[in-house]
Every structure is written in structure tokens, then in C-alpha cells.
Design a protein around this ligand. Structure first.
Ligand code: PLP
Length: 376
């Protein structure tokens, strides 16, 4: 069995508490906040990935559109000659395709090497040393890492039982506030009226991280046009099945986009990612069918888990947060791990009663369900 130690739980962010021992003379070369920080621990990617049912990082179980593969191959060509030259610095074609899809002029859109890149640049653009960066706990802990790199001060806000932000101030005076909706790891989405209220009461930038919005029944894109401090970020990693290509974007008013444009690496998206992105955006029928299947499987899996006594938070994302009847997440994590099913156990003691389980194919979820029944 697996003991509760860093190495025994490769996919747990218990690892995060591990401080690297740095000799003093090297420490002195570093900014103090960099020397003292822990660094983000991404979800585990097992080397023998094909041997696992991998439900720990919310990847898409279906491949991207065949048009994406065609576009990448066409971009490489027979001899790879196109790779000699730099890609488009402005990612103009991608911004046009995304703008058309979402109903925005391309000047309102910036492309990113994964949405992580644009989250980073938003902090760099807005929050200086010692200034406040806020986010909801639990959500995406990478915000905290990014703030630490910048030397900004992090303030987290808890959630009430009805999924409202506890102690959100009447007026938020920080520089930037991240709202993950649908939330990860819990899967619920904040209602639009509630998000709008936050936008009005936020003195800094309100960054709405919509990594999972394509699996939800609403999104906050319209608020970008209504409130000048609202930014929406999206990723191609989950709904478009392109985690390996590193593609994301942000939508905001042109002045904010122009500021972000100054900060990013000028060739932040490589040629193959750019080709893949345009092809993915243009094949909406494939995309919608892929999302539909995942949502259908999510609803089925939720019903089945509930029937065997699990507590499941109704999800608007491509994962569920589920707790077994004995509320022992670690026990079930270990049981699944032994049978080569990888899910996410979170280090926060408040979340130790459950697991975040990505939605795979229907077949994978049937196997997972049968295994959960076996584990008991
Ligand atoms: C996956 C995820 C991201 C990162 O997306 P990338 O485009 O792969 O960098 C950002 N925010 C949340 C909430 C996520 O779950």
C-alpha cells in the first residue's frame, strides 16, 4: 500500500510543500521570493501513459479534429522548409478566427502559448511588488505561483456552502482577482449575475478563467463588452483536445490587449500551434460533438456515482469532484492507483474527503465505475 509521503503519491500536490535545499551562496544570487518559493507541481504524466486510464489532468479523451492533423502536416510540408522561418508574430489569423467565433474584433483578442502564459502576463502587467492578487480557494493554485514570482501579495477567499465567495470585500482594492468558473476542482459555475456583481465591486482587473466554459451552460463573454476591468481567458487544452500544442487566449478591451502584447514573447506561438489552432476553431461541428459526448458521459457518471452512495457536486466542466461514503479520498485514490486508474487527490485537508475525476470515454468511465464498486 501507499504511505502518505511525497513520493508515494506522484499525482498529489502534497509534493508542493517540498522545499528544495539551496546553498546560501546560490541563494544570494536569487531574488528572495524566487529562492523561497516552492514552484508549481503539475499533474502527474506517467511515462507508461498507455498503461493507465488517465483521469487526473482533465485532458480530452478524444483526439482533436482530423483537420488539425491535416493542417499541421500541411504546415510542415514534405521537407519542413517552412520551419526555417519565424511564425507570425501577431497570430493574426488565429485572432480573426477566434474573433469570428466569439463575436469580437481581433483587436480584443490575444493568443497565448497555453492560457498559463496569458495568466502570467496579466499579473506581470497589473501587479507589482507587494501589491494584492486575489483568487478563490479552492481553485487553480498556479495563480499563487505566478504572484510569488512577481513578488506580489496573495490573498485567497474561501467558499460558502452555497458556493459564494466568503468575505469578498464590498469593494475589492487589489490589482487583480482571478475567478475560475466553472471552478476547478469542484466543477460548479458561478451564476452570471453573481459574476457581474463581482465585476462591479472589483477595483482591479477581474480575470475570469473559463478553461472549462465549453462544457458549461453559460459563460461570461458578454461581460467583457460591458465592464472595462473584465478579462476572459480560454484554453484549447481541454475542450479542443490540444493540451500538447499549448494554446490559449484572452479576450479584453483593446487597451488591455495592447498592454499584454508588449509583455509577451514576440514569437510566442510556433507555426504548428498556429496552424492547429485555426483548423480547430474552424471545425466547430467536430468540436461540438466532442463536447456533447463528454457532457453526456459526465451526466451518466454523476448519476451512477450518486447511486452507489458517492457525494457528487453537479459539474459544468469535464470532471467531477466526488466523495466516497466514508469520505476517505486517499483510500479510494490508492485503490484506483493500484489498478492503473489515475485521478487527482488534492493536498488541501478541506478536500481530503473527495477526488477530482476527469471525464474520459464512456468505456473508461464504465471501467472506473466498476473499479470503484470493487474498491467499495
Ligand atoms: C488547465 C487549466 C489552465 C491551463 O491551461 P493551458 O492552456 O493548458 O495553460 C488554466 N486554468 C485552469 C483553471 C485550468 O484548469
Amino acid at each position: 500500500m501507499f504511505a502518505l509521503s511525497d513520493d508515494a503519491i506522484p499525482d498529489s500536490d502534497l509534493n508542493r510543500s517540498r522545499k528544495r535545499g539551496i546553498p546560501q551562496n546560490i541563494m544570494n544570487l536569487l531574488r528572495p521570493n524566487i529562492a523561497s518559493m516552492n514552484g508549481y507541481v503539475p499533474g502527474y504524466q506517467p511515462p507508461d501513459i498507455a498503461a493507465w486510464i488517465k483521469l487526473n489532468t482533465n485532458e480530452n479523451p478524444y483526439p482533436p479534429s482530423p483537420k488539425v492533423v491535416e493542417a499541421i502536416l500541411a504546415e510542415i510540408g514534405s521537407d519542413g522548409a517552412s520551419l526555417r522561418t519565424y511564425p507570425s508574430a501577431s497570430s493574426q489569423k488565429l485572432r480573426e478566427a477566434a474573433g469570428e467565433l466569439y463575436g469580437f474584433d481581433p483587436s480584443w483578442i490575444i493568443m497565448a502559448n497555453g492560457s498559463d502564459e496569458v495568466l502570467n502576463n496579466l499579473i506581470r502587467a497589473c501587479a507589482g511588488e507587494g501589491q494584492d492578487v486575489g483568487y478563490v480557494h479552492p481553485s487553480y493554485s498556479y495563480y499563487s505561483t505566478l504572484a510569488e514570482i512577481q513578488g506580489a501579495a496573495v490573498c485567497t477567499y474561501g467558499l460558502s456552502d452555497s458556493f459564494k465567495i466568503e468575505a469578498f470585500p464590498e469593494y475589492y482594492h487589489g490589482k487583480i482577482f482571478f475567478l475560475t468558473t466553472p471552478n476547478s476542482p469542484l466543477g460548479f459555475a458561478f451564476p452570471l449575475e453573481y459574476i457581474e456583481e463581482l465585476a462591479r465591486n472589483c477595483g482591479g482587473l477581474l480575470v475570469i478563467d473559463e478553461a472549462y466554459a465549453d462544457f458549461a451552460d453559460h459563460n461570461a463573454l458578454q461581460l467583457v463588452k460591458k465592464y472595462e476591468n473584465v478579462v476572459v481567458t480560454r484554453t484549447f487544452s481541454k475542450s479542443y483536445a490540444l493540451a500538447g500544442m499549448r494554446l490559449g487566449l484572452a479576450i479584453a478591451r483593446p487597451e488591455i490587449i495592447a498592454a499584454l502584447d508588449k509583455i509577451r514573447d514576440h514569437y510566442n506561438l510556433d507555426r504548428l500551434a498556429q496552424a492547429a489552432c485555426v483548423a480547430a476553431l474552424k471545425d466547430q461541428s467536430y468540436f461540438q460533438e466532442s463536447c456533447r459526448r463528454i457532457i453526456e458521459t459526465r451526466e451518466w457518471f454523476t448519476r451512477e456515482l450518486t447511486a452507489i452512495g458517492y457525494g457528487v457536486i453537479p459539474s459544468q466542466a469535464n470532471f467531477v469532484f466526488a466523495s466516497p461514503p466514508d469520505r476517505n479520498g486517499l483510500r479510494v485514490y490508492n485503490g484506483l492507483y493500484e489498478r492503473k486508474i489515475l485521478v487527482r487527490l488534492l493536498s488541501d485537508p478541506l478536500l481530503a474527503h473527495g477526488l477530482r475525476i476527469s471525464i474520459g470515454t464512456r468505456e473508461e468511465m464504465e471501467t472506473t465505475l466498476a473499479t470503484l464498486k470493487e474498491i467499495g
